[in-house]
Design a protein around this ligand. Structure first.
Ligand SMILES: Cc1ncc(COP(=O)(O)O)c(C=O)c1O
Length: 360
């Protein structure tokens, strides 16, 4: 990310307070700081929110992606299709599993994976596509080629596509609870799935390889410690309970921006008709993005680039050109998005943008 100086209108502000403190205090009172009841409660709330049978909490979104890839037996010689415009962890976990992340271009407007380019890049070695609901915008998974679909739903908690929650659309889905996500545990992640065998495998992979169905006494294969502590799970519980309110607050801010920015030459974030955008971030697209970002910051408005074009990073520079990802990378700009933003704050952001961006 481009370093951000202190802004008086902050980009993000985690929605944690007294309810979260009370939950954490309870954990401290019991003395059971990990693998206790709060992780189980957090998982059950998450399974409920995503309409899935199993949710397994882990230590980060990256850990969730890593165990997801490994649970499917993906390894050396395999390929996984990954959007070229995403947070690098999406591709990193594939590489770290010994497989090859094959970059796929994105639609420059939705910024999600381009199904046609995806179909073109399928080979006999393709084991899965890791589709990202970028910034909370549901991806059109039904248009993807006929290979197993894993959802990178890191920023899509609360989003839905064609009436079904993101997190329940693929073979499995991965969430992040980093502080810029709608629900945060500080650091944390989870895998959701309807497949009991995958859930079992994820539970084993997060806990050294101990086998849950063998009462954790046998270890069929070595694995990691990717557990989430009860202290952190507790932090997420009240937020999951009020997920609808959290989402509604973000929708209020998004509607406020949409009204104030309609006359400007700015592409506003949208979901497909009938879908619900998860609004992990409010990412607009503008020409001369870096100049606009610097201008906003000089007015005290926190803002940030969207995310990364992987083919521009050293690790993934060998895969050719991706014009859709280039356009998204060069134009995307995240504006402040959190529940503490007052109408006056939105007025200030809009007034600052008015000076920096021309009208339609
Ligand atoms: C699309 C996407 N995937 C994966 C991750 C990784 O999540 P974490 O930071 O919790 O490891 C992020 C984090 O920002 C993300 O945005």
């Amino acid at each position: 990310m481009v370093p951000e100086q202190a802004a008086d209108i902050r980009l993000a502000w985690p929605e944690v307070g007294e309810d979260e403190l009370a939950e954490v205090r309870e954990v401290i009172g019991t003395g059971q700081l990990t693998m206790g009841p709060k992780v189980a409660e957090f998982e059950s709330l998450l399974a409920g929110a995503t309409g899935t049978s199993h949710a397994v909490a882990v230590s980060s979104g990256t850990a969730a992606l890593h165990v997801a890839v490994l649970a499917l037996g993906i390894g050396p010689g395999d390929e996984v299709l990954v959007p070229a415009y995403t947070f690098p962890a999406t591709a990193n976990v594939v590489a770290l599993a010994g497989a090859r992340p094959v970059l796929v271009d994105v639609d420059p407007v939705t910024m999600n994976i381009d199904p046609e380019d995806c179909a073109r890049r399928v080979t006999g070695r393709t084991k899965a596509v890791l589709a990202v609901h970028l910034f909370g915008r549901p991806a059109r998974l039904e248009e993807l080629p006929d290979v197993p679909v894993l959802e990178d739903a890191a920023g899509a908690l609360g989003a839905s596509h064609r009436g079904r929650p993101c997190g329940s659309l693929g073979l499995l889905a991965c969430f992040s609870f980093h502080p810029r996500k709608i629900v945060t545990t500080g650091e944390g992640g989870a895998v959701t799935t309807d497949d009991a065998e995958i859930a079992e495998s994820i539970r084993s992979l997060r806990h050294h390889g101990w086998s849950p169905s063998a009462a954790y006494v046998d270890m069929p294969a070595p694995a990691f410690n990717y557990r989430l502590s009860d202290v952190l799970a507790a932090l997420g519980i009240p937020q999951l309970r009020r997920l609808d309110t959290l989402l509604a607050e973000r929708e209020r801010v998004a509607a406020g921006y949409a009204e104030r920015l309609a006359h400007l030459d700015v592409t506003l974030p949208q979901a497909d008709a009938g879908d619900r955008h998860g609004l992990q971030a409010y990412v607009v697209q503008v020409d001369r993005r870096d100049e606009v970002m610097a201008g906003l910051r000089s007015e005290g408005v926190g803002c940030q680039i969207g995310t990364y074009a992987l083919h521009r990073l050293g690790a993934y520079r060998d895969q050719g050109g991706f014009p859709g990802a280039d356009a998204a990378f060069e134009r995307a700009l995240a504006l402040p998005l959190h529940g503490r933003l007052a109408e006056a704050d939105l007025d200030r952001v809009a007034a600052a943008l008015d000076k920096l961006v021309s009208p339609h």
